[in-house]
Design a protein around this ligand. Structure first.
Ligand SMILES: Nc1ccn([C@@H]2O[C@H](COP(=O)(O)OP(=O)(O)OP(=O)(O)O)[C@@H](O)[C@H]2O)c(=O)n1
Ligand SMILES: C[C@](O)(CO)[C@H](O)COP(=O)(O)O
Length: 245
């Protein structure tokens, strides 16, 4: 069986959230957001090992969280990079000793409500032969592409068919050989701009299918002020549903 490493990316400073602390350290139901994310992968039977990539100035807080929560699968708490893409490449460096057939899951630390079933579905798709797997949900809203209008305004440039659109979440999972080849090409491209790792595979290895598995609406990315309260409400709802089910 391939070895499965989960990389939890926590190298961001949370500019959109604001405030003195990176949002992954904010409390959610009494525990730091990142502790929920680590716990999800700790509990996932498919995952062998976890590595966390944290804003360098806050490494000690995460080391303490890992120790106090008893997350025994965490083998390393390392500095993240200056951009999400650089944190992903830090994750690739951390698994340099693993084989091309081993698996790497990359997860946003600020998606604390990821379901165990979602992690399982990503690994299952990889074990079934996929080289790259994304998690996505349909969009309820019409999504448009915009263009710059007059005087700093925006205008609608295109309305792609909604039935073909999905909202991407994490974890995103990869056979290591695939992600390594994609990033080797990406890092040699001075025009590299990426917001997720499946996008890097799609752009630089266009022949490599990126499979999609279904995500959940609860797997939100805590991004803006107010999102912690939304996550708290979703956590309560999921706990109530678990008690009733
Ligand atoms: N240099 C970075 C930037 C982001 N991330 C991580 O990638 C995930 C998704 O990023 P985002 O929500 O954009 O987090 P921030 O970069 O912290 O937020 P902002 O863009 O508002 O500053 C987060 O878990 C974040 O910590 C990372 O590991 N390294
Ligand atoms: C990877 C991601 O969560 C997929 O939706 C998203 O692209 C991260 O974007 P961010 O700007 O780093 O929050």
């Amino acid at each position: 069986m391939p070895h499965v490493t989960a990389a939890i990316l926590a190298g961001g400073v949370g500019a959109r959230m604001g405030g003195p602390l990176p949002k992954q350290l904010l409390p959610l139901a009494g525990r730091p957001i990142i502790e929920h994310s680590i716990a999800a992968f700790q509990a996932a039977p498919e995952v062998d090992e976890i590595a966390v990539f944290m804003v360098p100035e806050h490494l000690p807080e995460v080391e303490r969280i890992v120790k106090d929560s008893g997350a025994g699968k965490v083998s390393a708490v390392l500095p993240g990079g200056a951009t999400r893409t650089q944190s992903s490449t830090a994750a690739l460096r951390a698994v340099a000793g693993r084989g091309d057939g081993d698996l790497l899951l990359i997860h946003d630390a600020v998606r604390p409500l990821v379901a165990g079933a979602t992690i399982g579905a990503v690994v299952e798709a990889l074990l079934a032969g996929a080289g790259a797997v994304g998690v996505a949900v349909p969009s309820s809203d019409t999504v448009v592409r915009v263009a710059a209008g007059l005087g700093g305004t925006e205008t609608v440039a295109e309305v792609p068919p909604r039935s073909e659109l999905r909202r991407m979440q994490t974890p995103q999972g990869f056979r290591l050989g695939v992600l390594r080849r994609a990033y080797d090409l990406a890092l040699a491209d001075p025009a590299l701009v990426a917001t997720d790792d499946c996008g890097v595979v799609l752009r630089y290895l266009p022949g490599e299918p990126v499979r999609i598995v279904a995500g959940t609406e609860s797997n939100i990315k805590v991004t803006h002020p107010g999102d912690v309260e939304v996550a708290e409400a979703l956590l309560r709802r999921d706990a109530d549903a678990g008690r009733e089910g």
